[in-house]
Design a protein around this ligand. Structure first.
Ligand SMILES: Cc1cc2nc3c(=O)[nH]c(=O)nc-3n(C[C@H](O)[C@H](O)[C@H](O)COP(=O)(O)O)c2cc1C
Length: 403
């Protein structure tokens, strides 16, 4: 953080960049002090700036990191600029409806809360704050294997069926036990994350960890995730490098939950997921935290939707920060859109109230996009409303996220 602030100060002093960087510096340094009520926050980027002031450096590093040079992380944002909205006019948009139903889970908005681990690191409200915000706003929530809070407590706080995200360990009996525990807690679908078969290189995390002067060991020593309760995790991996598509059939033998395959990026894998019996596909590159492909998820979506050809729902996440981003994905054939960091910024900034504010902001922006495009319902948003311009706007000209 210090280095970043020093750098911003340096930029502010530069005659070339004075206007932009002076503003950026102010936003970066004082937004959290000036905006004390979540209702004052006008978009997700401001919420991020506040969260950056309030979350301790090492935890912020974990939340914000991509992998290697964070190219995929940035591609997730830049990818949206390739797609343009084609609005229609003089359609009655006085009544709007954003309800969706994916695999039997009804929600008042197509914006799903992605599984994000360790939410206790961002705010004491942790997953319970997220679940209560999701309940207050009618959003669907997916809980990580790596949650700071037990699946039973979160399911209760949400008050409606949540989905469980699974990292299969390399001990199958543990995987079975986690599936059965999630199902017993009332989860109706399980999202098997397949994009981390063996390690990742999270350098932004490593850099920010260096800046944290707290004694990490005193908090982290002996800590275990509630989902691993009762397991001897010595030598156990939280991914199974030997896993192949047959895992879907093996999971179906031990659970009645729907199986969602999370982490698909190409058409060939989308086709295989359908062939091997997946109930839905979640197009994702883990928020740019898995393989440094350089490809934004929104750019992967068209080939995945084409390969699935309507047979099962497709959910997508990665870089969604605006209602128009969500609109584009829906037009391209997604049944729902996941957000990860945005609601965690809300959580880190203001706890549950911050998550609620992020959901309000994105829902409002989505509704404006729907009305402005002549599409009053989610079903009415189809491929005619989006165009692939075939190029990305160069980074540096995308908008407020560059604060
Ligand atoms: C801090 C953090 C932790 C995450 N933990 C998990 C996890 O435990 N399981 C999982 O499947 N995905 C996890 N993800 C990925 C998200 O589910 C989602 O794919 C991603 O955050 C979407 O991108 P966005 O953050 O740009 O919205 C995590 C993402 C972040 C930022």
């Amino acid at each position: 953080m210090t280095q970043r602030r020093e750098f911003l100060k340096f930029l502010a002093a530069s005659p070339l960049l004075t206007n932009y960087s002076a503003f950026a510096q102010e936003v970066e340094q004082t937004l959290g002090q000036r905006l004390t009520d979540p209702s004052e926050v006008i978009n997700v980027f401001e919420m991020e700036a506040i969260a950056r002031e309030r979350i301790p450096p090492a935890h912020l590093g974990y939340l914000s990191t991509g992998v290697d040079s964070d190219l995929t992380l940035r591609a997730n944002r830049a990818g949206f600029s390739r797609f343009q909205i084609k609005p229609r006019r003089l359609v009655d948009v006085s009544q709007t409806d954003t309800m969706v139903n994916v695999l039997g889970s009804e929600a008042s908005s197509p914006i799903f809360l992605c599984p994000v681990g360790s939410q206790g690191a961002y705010h004491a409200d942790a997953e319970l704050g997220t679940a209560r915000a999701a309940a207050a706003k009618g959003h669907h929530m997916v809980l990580s294997t790596m949650s700071s809070t037990s699946v039973e407590a979160v399911a209760e706080a949400r008050g409606a069926p949540i989905w469980h995200q699974l990292y299969s360990t390399n001990r199958w009996e543990y995987t079975v036990a986690m599936l059965q525990r999630a199902e017993a807690a009332g989860c109706t679908s399980v999202c098997l994350t397949i994009d981390l078969p063996g390690g990742r290189n999270t350098e932004t995390d490593a850099v920010l960890r260096r800046e944290d002067t707290r004694n990490c060991a005193s908090c982290h020593a002996g800590q275990s995730k509630p989902m691993f309760e009762g397991f001897d995790m010595t030598g156990v991996m939280t991914s199974d490098a030997a896993m192949t598509w047959s895992v879907i059939a093996r999971m179906k033998e031990v659970t009645d939950m729907n199986i969602v395959i999370k982490g698909v990026e190409v058409a060939a894998d989308a086709a295989l997921a359908v062939q091997f019996g997946a109930d839905a596909i979640w197009a994702s590159n883990h928020g740019g935290r898995a393989t440094e492909t350089g490809r934004g998820t929104i750019e992967c979506l068209p080939e995945i939707v084409a390969a699935v050809n309507g047979r099962i729902p497709v959910i997508v996440d990665g870089g969604f920060r605006r209602g128009t981003d969500i609109y584009k994905a829906l037009a391209m054939g997604a049944s729902a859109v996941g957000i990860g960091r945005p609601y965690c910024f809300g959580l880190g900034a203001f706890g549950q109230a911050g998550v609620e504010r992020v959901l309000d902001l994105l829902n409002r922006e989505l509704l404006i996009a729907m009305r402005g495009s002549g599409t009053p319902t989610i079903d009415s948003i189809g491929p005619d409303y989006v165009l692939d311009a075939g190029y990305r706007v160069p980074r540096g000209r995308l908008g407020r996220e560059l604060l």
